[in-house]
Design a protein around this ligand. Sequence first.
Ligand SMILES: Nc1ncnc2c1ncn2[C@@H]1O[C@H](COP(=O)(O)OP(=O)(O)OP(=O)(O)O)[C@@H](O)[C@H]1O
Ligand SMILES: [Mg+2]
Length: 447
Amino acid sequence: MSFTTNGFILIVDDTPTNLDVISETLSDAGFSVAIATSGEIALQRLERRLPDLILLDVMMPGIDGFETCQRLKSNPKTEDIPVIFMTALSDTDSKVQALELGAVDYITKPFQEKEVLARVKTHLQLRRLTQEMKYQVTEQKNAKEALQVSEELLRQKAILLEEMLCKLQHTQAQLIQNEKMSALGQLVAGVAHEINNPVNFIYGNITHADRYIQELIGLLKHYQQEYPQPTEKIQKYAQQIDYEFLKADLPKLLSSMMIGAERIQEIVLSLRTFSRLDEASMKAVDIHDGIESTLLIIQSRLKTQASIPIQVIKEYGNLPCVECYPGQLNQVFMNVLCNAIDALETEISQPNPTIHIQTKVIENNRIVITIADNGAGIPKSISQRIFDPFFSTKSVGKGTGLGLSISYQIIVEKHQGIFKCTSVPDKTVFWIEIPLKQEREKSSSTQ
Ligand SMILES: Nc1ncnc2c1ncn2[C@@H]1O[C@H](COP(=O)(O)OP(=O)(O)OP(=O)(O)O)[C@@H](O)[C@H]1O
Ligand SMILES: [Mg+2]
């Protein structure tokens, strides 16, 4: 291949004299030249090698210069090659048509050597500059694309970091809450254990004490029958202790002691249900037991701190046992109930502070527990954030902002359930929905 630095030019003309004159002029000026004697031949040549510029005669047999130019411009491979028409001096229409078809210039016959060279050089230079610009534009475009790619990568990394931070916060939240709950659970379990033994002594002995006392009273009766005339000293003592009243009151007293002891036993049982330290695994339990034990733990808050006692309305449905992590579910009840109490405590204008607990079985073998309060409600502006870890509107020391985020994890992730909230003034409802049976539990029980 013999490229000269000046460029490679294709001359298309059917007149041999013209071809000779032009090709000689250009060759002398250092250009590499190829010739074609018709439009068809020119187009064929282009398939082999693309010139830097084409000099094209207008009037030719076969396809003329215009047609040839049109074909050149409609082919993406050749459309960028500058075309200079060679035309007769007087032919203005041809010149206009040529330029309209995409030619960059024209030279007139008979040729002026200097003019031909000047125009050819100018257009070659223009072409080089255009190509250079195109290259730079492409480079810039590539650079921009590369920038966009790295921007996208950075954005993805930022999202990833945000996710990791979120996960970290969740883990931290869970750790803190677990710590809190396990400390509370241990305390409750400890208290329950310590009370359990002494209360069993009382409960177990009351029946015997009752029997002994009845027997002693029976013995006295026998004495009265055998010795109907008691001595003055005995009479005086009987009056002093109000024997008749004592005899009538003692059984009542014992039975109320019995009721009291039974109540303590129930409380101990509830405390144990609440702490559930021994039940870290999935288990089928009565959900109502869990709710009741939680209510027992927070009972004091319902009465003493609020200016008007908070009323708790329970509407328990007929629930079968539910497979769940009972201790964790109790955490959820406790968090939601405490939030409701917090809301009602601060709502002094509510004359009837009420917590409404409902349970029911719904379709697809799922159960729902709703816990509603008639406090001021959750403003729309924060309703999206209440499940976020560490989000709290309570003063420092009062709220850590972990209650709902932990509850969400327990219900949604641990129990494949739904945990949501709707709130308008005077009605905030937390919806806790879980399946009756857990998938994992089902598969492991079939093993
Ligand atoms: N029943 C409710 N009524 C009004 N606002 C509520 C209710 N329940 C939750 N909120 C709002 O949601 C926020 C987040 O509750 P969350 O239980 O997660 O944290 P907290 O109660 O502030 O702190 P803690 O970690 O001690 O539970 C609360 O600060 C409160 O603003
Ligand atoms: Mg809370």
